[in-house]
Write a protein that binds this ligand. Structure first.
Ligand SMILES: NC(=O)c1ccc[n+]([C@@H]2O[C@H](COP(=O)([O-])OP(=O)(O)OC[C@H]3O[C@@H](n4cnc5c(N)ncnc54)[C@H](O)[C@@H]3O)[C@@H](O)[C@H]2O)c1
Length: 395
């Protein structure tokens, strides 16, 4: 049975992500019940949602009556204690977007199961915790799955749907169909660290940092190469400065640890020092670049041969990561390419890019790096080797 447009949707935790998710559901026609333990967060969420929907009318994407109706469909509930969740009783789907702590999420799911019906689907927006570990707190883990939105949720098209070990295929299909009906692009990812996007995108940052650490090029030159020669919207350093080094470093470290210290995901000491120094990027005025008033941006060294070397090294690492994700059945090849197009706005899908570049060239470049450094970090995926040996392509 599908989840209908009139179905009541619950959103627990109304920070950066919860407010955007509530907006999507309300605009799509659902009555939405928002719950947070913090009254200030609720007030901020309510005014933020109203402003965001008003902006849609200014941009003529919505008329005034539809906007007012969407705003009126959201009810805001202050849960004085985490167990005060009764308002969620009639929901058919509850999406959890509270702090990224396993104990907090598990406690919440235990409380949720006491309130909601047996048919209600329980979803987590976690970025880095195993969905299975959250589901394990439940009496009915088969109705629990990950529904991973990207920030800002109303703008970013991609949503990763992550069934856990025990999730039924019906729950996955129903939830995916519902999120599709909200106009999102959904992909199905296995419950593995970083799901699709946060895993595959690691070398964009990691190899950029490495090139800088080795003195091959400075951040301005690496950013220039990735933008001008690679066609990426932003280079790795300007993007890390935007995301915030605290956030980006934490994601990298959690994936490195979750993969039992695989050297491919090794965090950078340079980035850790920025975090230690409180130079978190744009939000603190300094990161790799200086954003304080009067500061000037360093000029890149616009040498096309050097630029091509930088771009190709980062690109082959990204392509290798995408191919390895196919090998480990993280998602289908089509979903892997869709995920980077819609989740991080890469100019091409990485598997299609590998085909266009020539998988043999990707392999040659990685093998040369592996030989030069003698590090497992550069090992080509077994699937890449197999594809080259058999003369196969992804597209
Ligand atoms: N921020 C991002 O870019 C991003 C992207 C994708 C996924 N996520 C994931 O989404 C989740 C939320 O992240 P965020 O950045 O919105 O966090 P946030 O800190 O901005 O908001 C969390 C909110 O949850 C509330 N809260 C905490 N415990 C609660 C409880 N027991 N019951 C009800 N409310 C509670 C807090 O008061 C706060 O308002 C995390 O799991 C995070 O990993 C974040």
């Amino acid at each position: 049975m599908s989840i209908a447009r009139e179905a009541r949707i619950g959103v627990v935790g109304v920070g950066a992500m919860g407010s955007g998710i509530a907006q999507i559901a309300a605009v799509s026609g659902h009555p939405v019940i928002v719950v947070d333990t913090d009254a200030t967060a609720l007030a901020r969420g309510a005014s933020g949602l109203e402003r965001a929907i008003q902006r849609e009318t200014e941009k003529k994407r919505m008329d005034g009556a539809a906007a007012a109706a969407a705003i009126a469909r959201v009810q805001w509930h202050h849960a004085f204690a985490p167990e005060a969740l009764d308002a969620l009783a009639g929901c058919e789907l509850v999406i959890e977007a509270v702090v990224e702590r396993l104990d907090a999420k598990r406690d919440l799911f235990i409380q949720l199961e006491r309130v909601v019906s047996a048919e209600c689907v329980l979803a987590t927006n976690t970025s880095s915790l195993p969905v299975a570990a959250i589901a394990a707190a439940c009496t009915h883990p088969e109705r629990v799955l990950g529904v991973h939105f990207f920030n800002p949720a109303p703008v970013m098209a991609l949503v990763e749907i992550v069934p856990a070990l025990g999730t039924t295929s019906g729950v996955t299909a129903r939830t995916r169909a519902l999120v599709d009906s909200w106009g999102k692009t959904t992909v199905v990812a296995s419950d593995t660290p970083g799901f699709i996007v946060n895993r595959i995108a690691r070398p964009f940052y990691g190899e950029g940092l490495r090139l800088n650490d080795e003195g091959i090029a400075d951040p301005a030159t690496i950013d220039w190469a990735m933008r001008e020669l690679g066609g990426f919207r932003m280079g790795p350093f300007e993007l890390m400065d935007l995301i915030g080094h605290d956030v980006n470093f934490t994601v990298t470290r959690s994936i490195f640890e979750a993969f039992f210290y695989d050297p491919r995901y090794k965090p950078s000491i340079t980035q850790q020092r920025l975090v230690d120094a409180g130079m978190l990027g744009r939000k603190t005025g300094r990161g790799f670049y200086d954003y304080r008033e009067g500061a000037s941006r360093p000029k890149p060294y616009e040498d096309r041969a050097l630029g091509a070397e930088i771009f190709e090294r980062i690109l082959v690492m990204l392509i290798n990561e995408a191919i390895d994700a196919v090998l480990w059945r993280v998602a289908s090849p089509a979903d892997i390419d869709l995920a980077v197009l819609k989740g991080v706005n890469y100019p091409k899908g990485l598997l299609a890019w590998g085909d266009a570049m020539g998988l043999d060239r990707v392999l040659t470049r990685l093998t040369a790096l592996e030989q030069e450094y003698g590090e497992d970090r550069y090992r080509p995926s077994a699937l890449l080797k197999r594809m080259v040996r058999e003369g196969r392509r992804f597209t």
